[in-house]
Write a new protein. Structure first.
Length: 198
């Protein structure tokens, strides 16, 4: 004789197994851990990324960075030096031209001749009759192209400006490597110009 209770137990067994299987599957999913909880695998990966960020630069990375910096400086430094020399050459040429224009204006205003003396040996520029001269840079090559009558000595010459606006004429040439600045004075009208050659 078969008891009914045994069949009921056998009928409930599959349901319980399904509930257990469902419980096990749910615990395997990350969302089943509840809010604020992170799976162990994800926590380990995040910890490794944090360790990499906190480690900083290695010795090899620092050496590579210093090598790149040295290469950049090796290229930029000569360019900066040439730019500075070019600016100084330009400034000196315009300074000489400005002094000559002032002498021309003074000759017309005072109705008296004005003469500038340039000594390329001592690198001085002064108005004839003055005791103190204006120093000129020694780093540039300097030469004079003047009429023979205006050559004072082997290293110096005179540039004269007359009351009618004319001048004795001539050139002052400044050289720096392959560049040159030429201060040119037109004898006919006394006009002073700065010319450049490369």
């Amino acid at each position: 004789m078969i008891k009914p209770t045994s069949s009921r137990r056998r009928e409930r067994t599959p349901g319980r197994s399904r509930e257990r299987a469902g419980t096990q599957d749910t615990s395997a999913r990350p969302e089943a851990l509840g809010p604020g909880l992170v799976p162990l695998a994800r926590f380990a990966c995040a910890r490794r990324r944090d360790d990499v960020g906190e480690r900083g630069f290695t010795l090899i990375e620092m050496l590579v960075g210093l090598g790149i910096l040295a290469a950049v400086l090796a290229v930029v430094a000569p360019l900066a030096g040439r730019t500075r020399a070019g600016m100084e050459l330009r400034s000196t040429a315009f300074d000489i031209a400005s002094t000559m224009r002032n002498a021309r204006a003074a000759a017309q205003t005072s109705n008296a001749e004005q003469a500038l003396v340039i000594d390329v040996g001592s690198r001085l520029l002064w108005t004839e009759g003055q005791a103190v001269g204006k120093p000129l840079p020694r780093r540039f090559g300097m030469s004079l192209e003047l009429p023979v009558t205006e050559q004072v000595s082997a290293n110096s010459g005179r540039m004269r400006f007359f009351p009618d606006g004319s001048a004795s004429g001539g050139k002052v040439v400044l050289r720096d490597g392959g560049r040159a600045a030429i201060v040119f004075v037109n004898w006919l009208n006394g006009d002073v110009q700065v010319q450049w050659t490369h």
